[in-house]
Design a protein around this ligand. Structure first.
Ligand SMILES: [Zn+2]
Length: 486
């Protein structure tokens, strides 16, 4: 299957100011999208399949500027009958050979009304007040692939740059990652954006946005909804503190970051180049002091910022441990460090434990290494994965965990990593405890499920792996089988 290396998208957002109050669709798009494709091999490709949102109709398809035949049909993602998609197959005039490139142009249009029948948070749509379109959620641009879970899971593996030209109602601001500018052209406002770095996300938000920056956090812009200025500055303050800490632990991340507010309930998202943050992340509650709001919002804000340091996954079935598991754990370390108290972090770990419990028997009986293919994947990755790191910290200390993560991130940032790579990083940190038993119990078997479900704390769980501790390395007394020290 070819990869897309670049999207060149022209999109016109036509909102409908007059509509029934219960209408799901309050606007439609008309788009021309050019995809620069490359066939990495090994086989030549004669038919190109791609997916589009269920209500988008293809009008024309060209291959290297020449019209080509295509078939579009409405179907569903295999195994998920509620997830309807438009599946399009293009016949190329001659097969695309190994290593060859070409440009696929697709003209299409139609309304976008979210996927709430599949995921409650996918409320993406076009309306006069606010528009949100996410490539991975509503397929508002062609995504190479067939209607299968395999194709959907491939989405985060693609890395592309983009140029975007979007026409909106006047007075609206269109925002995405990278750099952009807006101009009024007659009765339409035209916004041009270009990406900074290759990324797998392509998100477009249109609303009444204003911008805030903070000198202490260079390269970062917060696009907030008008009226939320105080919250935007609080976000910047928290973000600057979290970012300084993470930079200190793991080194700098690259380039510019755009933080884009979205309404509550739409689901936050993060990529190295931009963050979609729910409005709640910017809100100080009535009667709350700024410090109280800081403490309450720290977890929410830090989560998406920590994601900037995650390495991509190269797992055959993605467990989500490498991003979510590690991020959930680091949230607790950030909170401990910035708030100077571990009560918040302890409570958060208990929430993770509860999340694992909620995954039921499936979560308990599936090792982390097999979580990628399990319906309880999230409960395992976030619930148990965060505890794996908390117990590891008990065994080797926070400094060793942070240093090991730094080495791990540096080594796999560009290539991506597997769980075996992570296990190897744990093994190199393992002096003074039974590291093999630990890695086996937490990654490759379910030996760790029992203690977690029984409510043991990290220190108690860690004691199980301490039996090869050398005298003097910890407060424990040496086990009886060690020879007496002279
Ligand atoms: Zn996350």
């Amino acid at each position: 299957m070819p990869w897309c290396a670049h999207y060149d998208l022209q999109i016109d957002l036509q909102t409908e100011p007059v509509h029934h109050p219960a209408a799901l669709c309050r606007g439609a798009l008309a788009a021309t999208c050019r995809l620069r494709l490359r066939n990495p091999g090994p086989l030549p490709v004669a038919h190109l399949p791609f997916l589009l949102y269920r209500l988008l109709k293809v009008r024309e398809v060209m291959w290297n500027s020449i019209p080509v035949p295509w078939i579009q049909k409405l179907t569903h993602i295999h195994g998920l009958p509620r997830w309807q998609v438009s599946s399009v197959e293009v016949s190329l005039p001659s097969p695309l050979a190994l290593g060859e490139e070409g440009v696929l142009t697709v003209e299409y249009g139609g309304p976008i009304c979210g996927y709430r029948e599949v995921f409650p948070y996918v409320q993406d749509g076009i309306s006069p007040e606010f528009t949100l379109l996410r490539r991975d959620d509503v397929l508002f641009v062609p995504v190479l692939g067939t209607p299968s879970l395999t194709s959907l899971r491939r989405i985060p593996d693609e890395r592309f740059t983009f140029h975007l030209k979007v026409a909106t109602d006047p007075g609206m601001t269109a925002v995405t990652s990278g750099e952009g500018e807006s101009r009024l052209l007659g009765s339409r406002c035209v916004h041009k954006w270009r990406s900074d770095h290759p990324d797998w996300r392509l998100d477009l938000a249109v609303g009444s946005y204003a911008v805030a920056v903070l000198a202490k956090w260079p390269g970062v812009r917060v696009f907030y909804f008008e009226g939320d200025e105080e919250g935007a500055h609080l976000y910047l303050r928290i973000g600057a503190d979290v970012s300084a800490l993470l930079t200190d632990w793991f080194g700098p991340t690259s380039g510019r970051l755009n933080v884009i507010a979205i309404p509550d309930g739409y689901g936050g998202q993060a990529s190295p180049n931009h963050i979609l943050a729910e409005r709640e992340s910017f809100a100080r509650r009535p009667g709350e002091t700024e410090d109280q709001a800081y403490a309450r919002l720290l977890g929410r804000v830090s989560h998406e910022i920590i994601h900037r340091w995650n390495v991509p996954s190269r797992e055959v079935s993605v467990s989500r441990f490498l991003d979510e598991g590690i991020t959930h754990y680091l949230e607790t370390v950030v909170a401990r460090t910035l708030l100077g108290s571990s009560a918040w972090a302890r409570q958060r770990l208990e929430e993770y434990r509860a999340f694992f419990r909620k995954g039921g028997e499936e979560a308990q009986r599936t090792p982390l290494a097999e979580a990628g293919g399990s319906p309880a994947r999230d409960a395992i990755a976030r619930g148990k994965g965060s505890w794996l790191l908390a117990v590891w910290e008990e065994l080797v200390g926070l400094d060793v965990v942070l240093e090991s993560l730094r080495t791990f991130f540096e080594e796999y940032r560009s290539t991506g990593a597997t769980l075996d790579n992570f296990a190897a990083a744990v093994r190199t940190s393992g002096r003074g405890f039974d590291v093999e038993n630990f890695v086996r119990g937490w990654i490759y078997t379910t030996d760790s499920s029992g203690p977690l479900l029984r409510g043991e704390d990290a220190a108690t769980i860690a004691r199980r792996y301490r039996h090869v501790v050398q005298s003097g390395l910890s407060g424990d007394s040496p086990p009886a089988f060690l020879p007496p020290a002279d």
